[in-house]
Write a protein that binds this ligand. Structure first.
Ligand code: HMG
Ligand code: MG
Length: 288
């Protein structure tokens, strides 16, 4: 039987958060509703962060309330603190995500906290979510390179991933935030992280800035990773990571995996439709 690989769609959040043009709630809802027909199990659609920090995510409540939820799909939201957690709950997100960094420079730039402070902030979120069985995903950013601190030590990634997993995150997504990873640095990082967190609880999150996302996915596949975050139409970037231009495109990863003999369970014709929709939302390419 062919191996299954899950693509976790992050376009409506990671993809759109960096777009310069204001994208309306109706446009976001239309994109998510299209993606809901593609066969994803999880789609990240919202981010309850400060609108001063990320104006593009300001309509997250309206997006979660406006979409038509498909059965079997969990709609996810980022929550940096308890305020974000409460807003996500009120908006009926099906799962949430906390996001840490493996480098101090990016942690400070992204969430105005040291790594240790961010973990402290996440503790009450995980505690509250546990009481109501709300799944919490954990992100670790800058897993091979940081725009501020340079190369990241694999042991640091393993330590942060271990902390998030021990606190109750059901899966740890490992982010090459600025797309500088190579297959070698990806493998070195994963070998260290696999010692701390079971490989079945890890996901790869590659940005294609350096044009190596697919090669890095191959390196991760060889080490047993079977979940990848992707963004339809290659939308993406991070406002606090200069050079983080785009997430690897969902449809390209789907095609690549299919050629390799993996099964994603996704409907290619819906992906084509969603990719066209996503591209139409960004007449001007964001330059992060
Ligand atoms: P801060 O300035 O240190 O916090 O920001 P604060 O507590 O002093 O609050 C500042 C203002 O934000 C206050 O408003 C708060 O009320 C408000 P004011 O009094 O000035 O009017 N505020 C909030 N508003 C809405 N929702 C909230 C919230 N919390 C505070 N939850 C904070 C700290 C974490 C809030 C800020 O740094 C922030 O929002 N950062 C988010 C940055 C972000 O979203 N980055 C992109 C996502 S991470 C990413 O893309 C990487 C990833 O894709 C993986 C990868 O690629 O590696 C996941
Ligand atoms: Mg990202």
């Amino acid at each position: 039987m062919k191996d299954r690989v899950e693509l976790f769609e992050v376009g409506p959040r990671d993809g759109l958060q960096n777009e310069k043009r204001e994208i309306s709630v109706a446009e976001k809802v239309a994109l998510v509703d299209c993606l809901s027909r593609a066969g994803f199990s999880r789609i990240e659609v919202a981010s309850f962060v400060s609108p001063k920090w990320v104006p593009q995510m300001a309509g997250s409540t309206e997006v979660l309330q406006g979409i038509t939820k498909a059965s079997g799909v969990r709609y996810a939201a980022l929550t940096p603190n308890m305020r974000g957690y409460e807003d996500a709950l009120a908006s009926r997100a099906d799962e949430i995500a906390v996001f840490a960094s493996a480098s101090e420079g990016f942690s400070k730039a992204n969430i105005n906290a040291s790594i240790a402070e961010s973990i402290e902030r996440f503790a009450p979120i995980l505690e509250a979510a546990r009481h109501i069985d709300l799944p919490v995903r954990g992100y670790v950013s800058c897993v091979t390179d940081c725009p501020y601190d340079g190369p990241t030590a694999p042991e640091m990634v393993a330590e942060v991933a271990d902390r998030l997993f021990s606190m109750g995150c059901y899966e740890i997504s490992l982010g090459d935030t600025i797309g500088k990873a190579t297959p070698d640095s990806t493998a070195r990082m994963l070998i260290a992280v696999k010692d701390a967190v079971p490989v079945t609880r890890l996901a790869g999150h590659f940005h294609d800035t350096g044009g190596r996302a697919m090669a890095n996915i191959d390196a991760a596949l060889a080490l047993g990773i079977r979940v990848f975050d992707t963004s339809v139409g290659g939308l993406g970037g991070c406002p606090f990571a200069p050079g983080a231009a785009g997430n690897v495109a969902t449809e390209a990863v789907h095609d690549h995996l299919t050629r390799l003999g993996y099964v994603t369970g996704l409907d290619r014709s819906v992906l084509t439709e969603a990719a066209a929709m996503a591209q139409a939302l960004r007449p001007v390419t964001a330059d992060a």
